[in-house]
Design a protein around this ligand. Structure first.
Ligand code: GLC
Ligand code: CA
Length: 549
């Protein structure tokens, strides 16, 4: 029931987002690479099998694939590898038929060096598009204009001998940065957003959203004096600097305010949203991307759980910190995996995977799931001669490569896990445990991770308390445990999580008894009433308990 003054939650607040990495989800035409028709073929998996709300697709645009589609050569076309615009239209139509939403990736920070805009820009110093990218003269000694480093290693500047200037690239030299200080760039890029809005998409995931604008004076970044790694996994060279001048700039917020107005103009009949990739550790600074008047991004992705140590205290602090600092009216969200991070089941160990899923799907805020995590999929070790990710190639052996978490989805026990034809070589190797760990096998086994996740999704999607109820951590529990309440006006859930590898006893006599609706432990799907004055939780054990009201 809606209470006066309370807004009806939007789909992106009241729903679960599921990330699809198109190359790896399902190959529809037998060339070893996933594609749009493959995704369309599997739509019932999202709506029927899982029951999620929205799918987010990583880029499928025309691209030379230097960074597997995050180097876009045409923002308004589908790469032939993934299909064509008609395939996309059909995907949108079939997605909507099933009541699902579709979010596409938008990559505003940089284009491919093969984008016609860049080819023009590069052609001469007085080309009208010269200023669409970030060009600077060398220092008098010929060296790069400043000390900025690329996220993938080395200088962020690449010299162009033909015109005698450097261009800036936050990532690969094949990914030149757009100049968002140029109004023509803003207009052209907003045009690409409108293109997809008109094709019916429900939302955008904005790549590298925090740093599309750089310092107007191109000042050197200060060097770090501490050893702390702020806001992301250890990244070598990149971590030697404080990203004051190539990181978030005040003027970026103006761009997002403008973009929000554009999105809102298209939202009357079909509510649309944008979620941005924001790697900022400080919750207050992170939250600025909601906008001072909640007039920028609908949500900045919250990567707090990815960065926190996998310990009850650290996880609780991460959640409490968000709850305390998120601006009034802003909607939280949580992420436990994506195409840039080691798989959660590998990071914390497969034995903890259910606990992690229980946490993600019971917190207050929109969960984003990464494909395959519902099966307990693990990182796949990639032999040196099979490496694809440019980051691994540029920084071999540093553990930065992202191929391990991008391997083919495991559909069944047939050769290649049903991802592609049996005779085909998939673009990345299939996990060697796919015969046990796949959708078909797990559907058939009542106690599987997949069935656990399905039940959890069903519980969340039908519970006012879990969807939009309040959050409150419970004190007085053993150090290895994190226990919290989710409460709405007519429902109460208690979530008990044991992050330690020892059995824990939790005593909450004031809470009386409750109905266990889901457990990570044996016979997890069976319901039973328990007394809360003494609850024993095995190592990595977790319970979802419905309390009397
Ligand atoms: C984002 C993407 C990542 C990509 C990078 C450069 O961080 O998530 O996959 O490599 O941007 O586009
Ligand atoms: Ca294909």
């Amino acid at each position: 029931m809606e209470t006066p003054g309370e807004k009806t939650p939007q789909w992106w607040q009241n729903g679960i987002i599921y990330q699809v990495y198109p190359r790896s989800f399902k190959d529809g035409n037998g060339d070893g690479i996933g594609d749009l028709n493959g995704i369309t073929e599997k739509l019932d998996y999202f709506s029927e099998t899982l029951g999620v709300t929205a799918i987010w697709l990583s880029p499928f645009y025309r691209s030379p694939m230097a960074d597997f589609g995050y180097d876009v050569a045409d923002y308004t076309d589908v790469d032939p590898m993934f299909g064509n615009l008609a395939d996309f239209d059909r995907l949108v139509e079939e997605t909507h038929k099933r009541g699902l939403k579709i979010i596409v990736d938008w990559v505003p920070n940089h284009t491919s060096n093969q984008h016609p805009w860049f080819l023009e820009s590069k052609s001469s110093k007085d080309n009208p598009k010269r200023d669409w990218y970030v060009w600077k003269d060398p220092k008098p000694d010929g060296s790069p204009p400043n000390n900025w480093v690329s996220g993938f290693g080395g200088s962020a500047w690449e010299f162009d001998p033909a015109t005698g200037q450097y261009y800036e690239h936050t990532f690969l030299k094949e990914q030149p940065d757009l100049n968002w200080r140029n109004p023509a760039v803003v207009e052209a890029m907003f045009g690409t957003v409108e293109f997809w809005l008109k094709r019916g998409v429900d939302g955008f995931r904005i790549d590298v959203a925090q740093s599309i604008l750089k310092d107007a004076e191109f000042r050197d970044n200060p060097l770090r004096t501490d050893n702390a790694v702020a806001g992301h996994k250890p990244m070598g060279d990149y971590d030697t600097q404080v990203h004051l001048y190539d990181g978030p700039q005040e003027e970026t917020h103006g761009i997002y305010r403008q973009l929000r107005q554009l999105i809102d103009r298209y939202s009357a009949e079909q509510p649309r949203m944008m979620v941005g990739e924001i790697h900022i550790f400080d919750v207050v600074k992170w939250a600025q991307f909601y906008g001072e008047n909640l007039d920028e991004l609908h949500m900045p992705f919250n990567f707090g759980l990815l960065k926190a140590k996998w310990e009850a205290q650290a996880i609780r602090e991460t959640v409490d910190n968000l709850e305390e600092n998120i601006p009034e009216g802003a909607w939280p969200n949580y992420v436990l995996g994506n195409h840039d991070e080691p798989r959660i089941a590998s990071r914390i160990g497969p034995g903890m995977a259910r606990l992690a899923m229980l946490l993600l799907l019971t917190l207050r805020g929109t969960p984003t799931m990464y494909y395959g995590d519902e099966l307990g999929m693990q990182d796949v070790k990639i032999p040196a001669d099979k490496v694809q990710d440019p980051w691994e190639r540029l920084t071999p052996g540093m553990g930065l490569g992202r191929d391990p978490e991008r391997t083919p989805m495991q559909w069944d026990a047939s050769p290649n896990a049903g991802f592609t034809g049996p005779e085909v070589t998939p673009w990345l190797p299939v996990s060697d445990i796919y015969e046990q760990e796949n959708v078909a096998a797990e559907l058939a086994e009542p106690g599987s991770m997949l069935n656990f996740t399905r039940r959890l999704i069903e519980l969340r999607q039908n519970s006012p308390a879990l969807l939009s109820g309040s959050y409150r951590a419970v004190n007085g529990v053993p150090v290895g445990c994190f226990v919290f309440l989710r409460e709405s006006s007519n429902e109460r859930f208690l979530i008990l999580l044991n992050f330690s590898d020892e059995t824990a006893t939790i005593q909450l006599p004031d809470l009386g008894e409750g109905l266990v609706v889901l457990s990570t432990e044996e016979e997890g799907l069976a319901e039973k009433v328990i007394a809360l004055d003494e609850v024993r939780l095995g190592p990595a054990g977790g319970l979802l308990v419905k309390l009397a009201y």
